[in-house]
Design a protein around this ligand. Structure first.
Ligand SMILES: CCCCCCCC(=O)CC(=O)SCCNC(=O)CCNC(=O)[C@H](O)C(C)(C)COP(=O)(O)OP(=O)(O)OC[C@H]1O[C@@H](n2cnc3c(N)ncnc32)[C@H](O)[C@@H]1OP(=O)(O)O
Ligand SMILES: NC(=O)C1=CN([C@@H]2O[C@H](COP(=O)(O)OP(=O)(O)OC[C@H]3O[C@@H](n4cnc5c(N)ncnc54)[C@H](O)[C@@H]3O)[C@@H](O)[C@H]2O)C=CC1
Length: 718
């Protein structure tokens, strides 16, 4: 809806009303058209202000309408109606002017923004382009380079930047609506000839060809296969080669191609998925809206290695007092320096005050006694973690939440070391912890809803996307990684090289292939876990070397570790690097020879494995585990898994996440391929299709939002 009022006798004020962000739904568009006609027809009205209810101008087109038949007046003619008006129209921008919201403002003759407002054309992040004139008006208003940058990244600009770029005419610290009304009165009756952006000449400059070439190169490099950024460049290009009306036709054409693409569907699904995960629920019925988080003012971190340092930074930046504990004096000093540096760089980058004084360092675990929440981040060693949880249980004040950053150990086993197991949850951060947006919050069978709610809330305070997951080996992310990695190893045994497997995965859109990631995070990490699980049998030969518990096993990773090849940190892993700590991966002839020798030793005959097989085996094994996780009730829905994979594991966002991707490929097709590979490799358990995918495929593959109906309620977890 849009609400019409008259202010000071001569200013017609149109207020968009569609909470929470005044998105341009059919009703809002209709409301704008109706109220514009009214304002134009009232002789007393000399100028018009358009604003949004509740301090938000407009969050853009209503994304929820995209899947349905579009009704109501279209956006483009609506904006033309505003621009063509003979009375000045002023946009009063408070909160946000995004996407169609900014395009609406660009159709107005003047724009006044509040100093805290954010403006942008984020359509590219939804797999689209600004399809209501944004690609034609913005370059005419602010020039090609700035327009290209905003449109291809989708980033939000501050009001100050928008003023500097010339997107807005005035910025105010007070009410933008009041300022706009005043402004509208001052421009009433003035000529609007120079205010209609669509009539501005095409942007011209001798270096335009070069600018577009550079922009195209840059988007192709960073898009990882996403089509929208490339199409955005093409649409902006039309603004310099075509007159406005023709440019609009081109924009429409390009928009239509994107609108129906799988990538746009994936990105829009992901937009809502990332918001849906905050409305968590558990199999026993605990829910986000009935569980109250506890207040947390003081937090503590135990163990200041790679993870503890980043976690301390995140907590301090969220405004908490932090006690950081490391028992080794030397480690403590090193950590202190490293954390100060991280805080300094981060404060500079984000333009926020330095939070250094928030952290107090200590050598003794006793220092955490009055913390409201403790996060343990010591080595991944169950015995050590158990001892620490026993200590914490004795030291901490009653009611303190005890959390662990374990990558996959049993939360319940840790909880059982304490007097209050209901206060124990996992807070699984991702490295680097102060940068990565994902937090898996792991509830054990005895964690209380309140403890879970508190950890979820803490994640949000730290700027993370928190996803609640159940307790099992590896939780969601690392559990799914196991069969994926396993397939990658098997492919090497059968004839592939790390470069080939990585290339296939990178072409799919992963930021890095599986072997490059393994080199980056350190091969020794998985090796230690496998050793603790009794899977590593040094010197084993013959058939038994490649079988564990009746299932196929590849010792390749273990063999590399035995040679001291831990990846980047040692300068050698699946690739070679120019020095320990080097970052540029180069193929390693030694590794190729080692693989040949390994195959010969085990009687494996190398074959040429095609692209499709490599991709299917890696991805479908991972997806199959995802279905098993849903079936086990470890993740509440496919959205949770998809958000974890996009934010934590570099899954390309424009493919929605592994579960969405499975739906896009077709569940029957994924099932058929899993069946095929399982037939070929009956000793690989990860390829045996799980019953949930069978059930869904047998029920005509329902859309992803209906999958939950097919999941049997597992036993109570909380
Ligand atoms: C043939 C058709 C031709 C059409 C041509 C049109 C071409 C276009 O130009 C197309 C567009 O405009 S596409 C839309 C562009 N706008 C955006 O991407 C902004 C999306 N929203 C945001 O960034 C944040 O919500 C925002 C920054 C606004 C607010 O952030 P917050 O953190 O305060 O709040 P959230 O939790 O993100 O959001 C609150 C609730 O609002 C829902 N929502 C947000 N933006 C929406 C939007 N544009 N449409 C529909 N729903 C939207 C959001 O989902 C959330 O609701 P729940 O999911 O229920 O929690
Ligand atoms: N490194 C990674 O990428 C990720 C690691 N994790 C998990 O986070 C935890 C920590 O891992 P990292 O930071 O990589 O290990 P790290 O080896 O870098 O650091 C562990 C730190 O704990 C300290 N420490 C050991 N015993 C202690 C005690 N009793 N009291 C106080 N400090 C003690 C050590 O001196 C060391 O500084 C592990 O459980 C790991 O599985 C989770 C996500 C990602």
């Amino acid at each position: 809806m849009a609400f019409y009022s008259r202010v000071s006798g001569s200013v017609g004020v149109i207020t968009l009303q569609n909470p929470p962000v005044n998105a341009l739904s059919a009703a809002v568009r209709q409301g704008i058209v109706d109220t514009m006609h009214r304002a134009l027809s009232e002789p007393e009205v000399k100028s018009v202000v358009i604003c949004g209810q509740n301090g938000k101008f407009c969050g853009g087109a209503d994304i929820r309408e995209f899947g349905a038949n579009m009704r109501g007046p279209p956006l483009v003619p609506m904006i033309h109606l505003i621009e063509a008006a003979e009375k000045p129209v002023v946009a009063a921008i408070e909160g946000v002017a995004l996407g169609g919201g900014l395009e609406l403002a660009l159709g107005c003759h003047y724009r006044i923004a509040h100093s805290k407002a954010r403006l942008g054309l984020p359509e590219v992040t939804l797999g689209l382009l600004p399809g209501a004139g944004g690609t034609q008006r913005l370059p005419r208003l602010i020039g090609v380079p700035a327009a290209l940058e905003l449109i291809t990244t989708g980033r939000h600009a501050t009001a100050a930047e928008a003023l500097q770029l010339g997107i807005v005419d005035e910025v105010t610290d007070h009410s933008a609506v009041d300022a706009a009304v005043k402004f509208a009165q001052s421009v009433a009756g003035k000529s609007l000839d120079a205010r209609r952006i669509s009539t501005y000449p095409r942007p011209r400059s001798p270096d335009l060809a070069e600018i577009f070439e550079k922009a195209m190169k840059e988007v192709r490099r960073s898009a990882r296969g996403a089509i929208a950024p490339v199409t955005c460049v093409q649409a902006v290009h039309a603004s310099v080669t075509l007159p406005y009306a023709k440019g609009m036709e081109r924009e429409r054409e390009l928009f239509s191609t994107l609108f129906t693409s799988g990538q746009a569907h994936a990105l829009q699904y992901y937009f809502f998925a990332q918001r849906a995960v905050s409305r968590w629920s558990t199999p026993s019925g605990a829910r986000w809206d009935t569980s109250k988080p506890r207040p947390v003012h003081k937090a503590a971190v135990i163990g200041l290695g790679t993870m503890g340092r980043g976690i301390s930074v995140s907590l301090a930046q969220a405004g908490l007092s932090v006690v950081a504990v490391e028992t080794q004096e030397k480690q403590l000093l090193e950590a202190k320096q490293a954390v100060s540096g991280m805080l300094e760089r981060s404060a500079k980058r984000r333009g926020v005050p330095l939070a250094d004084d928030k952290i107090k360092y200590n050598c003794s675990v006793q220092a955490v006694a009055d913390a409201d929440l403790v996060i343990e981040a010591v080595f991944e060693d169950m015995a050590l973690k158990k001892t620490i949880f026993q200590q914490l249980s004795g030291i901490c004040k009653p009611g303190t939440l005890l959390c662990t950053n374990t990558s996959g150990l049993d939360i319940d086993e840790l909880a059982s070391q304490t007097q209050s197991p209901e206060l124990v949850v996992g807070m699984h951060f991702f490295a680097p912890a102060h940068v990565m947006k994902l937090l898996e919050v792991v509830y054990g069978p005895r964690s209380s809803p309140e403890a879970l709610a508190t950890a979820m809330e803490m994640g949000k305070k730290m700027g993370k996307v928190s996803v609640a997951v159940g307790n099992c080996r590896g939780f969601v992310g690392n559990r799914m990684l196991k069969p994926y990695l396993e397939q990658a190893f098997f492919l090497l045994e059968e004839g592939a090289t790390p470069e080939q497997v990585d290339q296939v995965l990178e072409e799919f859109g992963f930021a890095m292939g599986v072997f490059k990631v393994s080199d980056l995070s350190g091969l020794d990490v998985g090796w230690k876990v496998r050793k603790a699980d009794g899977l590593v049998v040094p010197g084993s030969t013959g058939k038994s070397a490649r079988i564990r518990g009746g299932s196929r096993y590849s010792p390749l990773g273990d063999l590399l570790c035995e040679q001291g090849r831990f990846g980047q940190k040692t300068g050698r892993g699946w690739y070679q690097y120019d020095k320990p700590g080097g970052r540029v991966a180069k193929p390693d002839p030694w590794l190729h020879g080692f693989l040949e020798e390994y195959r010969a030793r085990h009687g494996l005959v190398a074959r040429r494995i095609d692209h499709q097989e490599m991709l299917e085996r890696c991805l479908y094994a991972l997806i199959n585990e995802g279905f098993q996780i849903l079936q086990d009730g470890i993740a509440a829905g496919p959205e949770d898994i998809d958000v974890i994979y996009v934010l934590g594991y570099g899954w390309p966002r424009h493919r929605g996440g592994p579960m969405f991707y499975a739906g896009l490929v077709g569940l029957d097709k994924v099932l058929e391929r899993l069946e095929h590979y399982h037939q070929v490799y009956p000793d690989v358990l990860g390829l045996k299709p799980c019953s949930l995918i069978r059930k869904l495929a047998a029920s005509s593959s329902p859309p992803i939002h209906r999958w939950r109906e097919f999941i049997q309620k597992p036993r109570s977890q909380l």
